[in-house]
Design a protein around this ligand. Structure first.
Ligand code: NDP
Length: 335
């Protein structure tokens, strides 16, 4: 089915498009043509776009991108135009998406099979906040290392967007959760999310603290690490024999190369560097994860915390916010 709804238009739209790699100052508001959906695509009228650390890696050049680029992997909104060969979405459908690009805009194009339907009772802001960070927390806790009751896990940056959701999912799975945070305010948020042991790693050596709590040199089954360079070595040294290090991000900088012999001498350790897109590779897996998250939100067992909502034109301030280590939940842009 192909068509354009009452919200569609053919003029220009406002978007944050980067034409060069650099700091937050390269995020400039532009007027660019409103895109038209091609075969298999829909156009979303964006109600909320999410800001993720990944956006800063793309803007700053750590993750290579082609320019010019409208940033933003995730958004939620309403389908306002449908391209040819789309079977299961119509104009007016409420959808969210976690990948591709173009979300920092009034409209974006999305492959229909990469969209998830937003259920009643979940608003666009919460749906957006459930995408990249929610889906990431979901695959880490359930598939990268499927947590079981009694497992001991460490979640770094536990008051951040991904971290706070991961703490909640780990507790729901019955794990004992160790959490690191960068301030007293963040410690309170990680505790409220359910973390059993919260350590401010800016003032305390988290390795020593965890060993002391457990009375064990290598007590952890798994470390979920989105912080990277500054915590990697200490984290690896906390894993039990055959424990798993899931290094999934670089908030403090990328982890330097690791010799396989380090894993051997550490006790036959496993090391993985997962990325969300391999855990939502099929439409079925994407929608199953999203629906599980939405179900938990609707039943009140998963709380999505919105930190700050910025107008689209303040994308620069949002990037300074997340890179400045100040996030305690999701940052949203509203066009
Ligand atoms: P967060 O809201 O968690 O923000 C990052 C947090 O990292 C900060 O709040 C801060 O918490 C901590 N941090 C530690 N050192 C620094 C530093 N030097 N500069 C800035 N922050 C620092 O962001 P996201 O939830 O969006 O992302 C978290 C991580 O997960 C990122 O590394 C991101 O790339 C990664 N990610 C990976 C995915 C994947 O599939 N591989 C998918 C989604 C995200 P504190 O002050 O408590 O230390």
């Amino acid at each position: 089915m192909c068509g354009v709804g009452p919200l569609g238009h053919n003029g220009d739209m406002r978007a944050i498009q980067i034409t060069e790699i650099g700091g937050p100052e390269v995020l400039q508001l532009s007027e660019i043509p409103t895109p038209e959906p091609g075969p298999g695509d829909v156009r979303i009228r964006v109600e909320a776009a999410g800001v993720n650390f990944i956006d800063t890696y793309q803007r700053g050049g750590l993750y290579p991108v082609e320019l010019p680029l409208v940033l933003g992997l995730e958004c939620a909104g309403t389908v306002d135009a449908v391209g040819p060969d789309v079977e299961d979405l119509e104009v007016g459908a409420r959808v969210a998406i976690a990948q591709g690009g173009g979300s920092y805009a009034e409209h974006r194009i999305a492959p229909a099979d990469r969209c998830v339907a937003i259920p009643d009772g979940v608003d666009a802001v919460v749906a957006t906040a459930s995408m990249v960070q929610g889906l990431t927390a979901h695959y880490l806790a359930h598939d990268t290392y499927p947590l079981r009751a009694g497992d001991r896990c460490l979640v770094h940056a536990a008051a951040g967007g991904t971290g706070r959701l991961l703490v909640q999912l780990a507790k729901a799975a019955g794990a004992e959760v160790f959490a690191t945070v960068g301030s007293t305010e963040k410690a309170a948020l990680a505790s409220a999310a359910g973390a059993d042991h919260v350590i401010d790693y800016t003032t305390t050596d988290f390795g020593d603290a965890i060993r002391e709590i457990c009375d064990d040199e290598r007590p952890l089954d798994v470390v979920y690490d989105g912080v990277g360079a500054s915590v990697f070595d200490t984290s690896l040294a906390l894993l039990r024999k055959r424990g798993l290090m899931a290094t999934f991000g670089n908030a403090s900088g990328p982890v330097p190369p690791v010799s396989p012999l380090t894993l051997s001498s550490g006790g036959s350790l496993f090391l993985t560097r997962p990325t969300l897109f391999d855990y939502i590779a099929t439409t079925e897996e994407l929608r199953a994860r999203a629906n599980d998250l939405f179900g938990r939100i609707q039943s009140g067992t998963l709380e999505v915390r919105i930190d700050t909502t910025y107008p689209l034109e303040d994308a620069r301030a949002a990037h300074e916010h997340i890179e400045g280590r100040r996030t305690t939940g999701k940052l949203i842009l509203t066009p």
